[in-house]
Design a protein. Structure first.
Length: 288
């Protein structure tokens, strides 16, 4: 992969998905080259909502990516776009599946819709097509490249649970930023249960009910993480880099469950060096 293309992708990931950027620093060189194009692609499609003025323009961008992915699999790779050029390498090596990449694009369609999630299963369905699917595509690529095998049943279940847990934690951390964009990603059923008004969230007002809602969703994330750890006490070293984000879930849950957490003031962040230390511990212990 051309150094300029590689550096562009790394910088994109660093700016838009710092957690996964830090995981790449802990990843062996060969696996890193497999994951960088995927993570850069994910950042490109995840930011479409923020870069368009109306949903139709976002749909056009997503359709461009669909056609580009098909072209990468079916014909000579298009040039002139660094992330596309990066994707061409692992696709040519047979490491990514068309269905997975197209599924990630489809998952981002819901970002263009301001409609709310009706309940937790509805939110989890969205996470299956975004956070969880990204881990699935990453894990499959690493296992295929190094071991030429698919997930074991335990690995497949654990990846799903980790993807859900990481996604739920991300939703809690992004309550404030999403509200500033006029978006509420918390399920309507939980808002009603805890007597939280959508208008209060959009106005940046933290009521007691919101803290109770955060605690309930944090509990859902923790339950999934605990189950995944039980399934994969020591993940295969080849698969581990795809699961590294799981190591950060505990740090984020401590933050959002703290009495000092202010969802509209950005206090859910964890300093980079603390995340790096946790990832290093995860890598050395082979535990998530």
């Amino acid at each position: 992969m051309d150094n300029a293309v590689l550096n562009h992708c790394l910088e994109l990931i660093r700016l838009r998905d710092h957690d996964r950027y830090l995981t790449l620093l802990m990843t062996p060189d060969a696996a890193r080259m497999t994951l960088i194009p995927l993570y850069a692609f994910q950042t490109e499609i995840a930011r479409i909502r923020e870069t368009v003025s109306e949903p139709m323009l976002g749909q056009i961008r997503l359709q461009w990516w669909r056609e580009t992915i098909d072209q990468l699999f079916d014909g000579p790779p298009p040039r002139g776009h660094e992330v596309v050029e990066a994707l061409a390498v692992p696709i040519a090596a047979g490491l990514y599946e068309r269905e997975g990449l197209q599924g990630l694009i489809d998952g981002r369609e819901q970002d263009l819709d301001d409609g709310m999630f009706t309940d937790l299963p509805d939110l989890l369905s969205y996470l299956h097509n975004t956070s969880m699917l990204l881990m699935v595509v990453a894990g499959r690529a690493l296992l295929k490249e190094k071991l030429n095998r698919a997930f074991t049943p335990e690995e497949a279940e654990a990846v799903q649970l980790i993807g859900e847990a990481y996604g739920l934690t991300g939703i809690l951390r992004s309550i404030g930023p999403m509200a500033s964009q006029g978006r509420v990603m918390l399920p309507e059923s939980l808002l009603a249960k805890h007597e939280v008004e959508t208008a209060d969230i959009l106005a940046g007002t933290c009521r007691p009910g919101l803290r109770a809602l955060i605690e309930e969703m944090a509990g859902e994330a923790e339950t999934r993480l605990v189950t995944a750890r039980r399934l994969l006490r020591k993940p295969n070293m080849t698969l581990l880099p795809a699961l590294f984000p799981a190591c950060l879930i505990g740090l984020y849950l401590l933050k959002v469950r703290s009495r000092k957490f202010e969802p509209f003031l950005g206090t859910g962040e964890v300093l980079a060096f603390r995340r790096q230390l946790r990832l290093m511990r995860c890598s050395l212990s082979r535990r998530i």
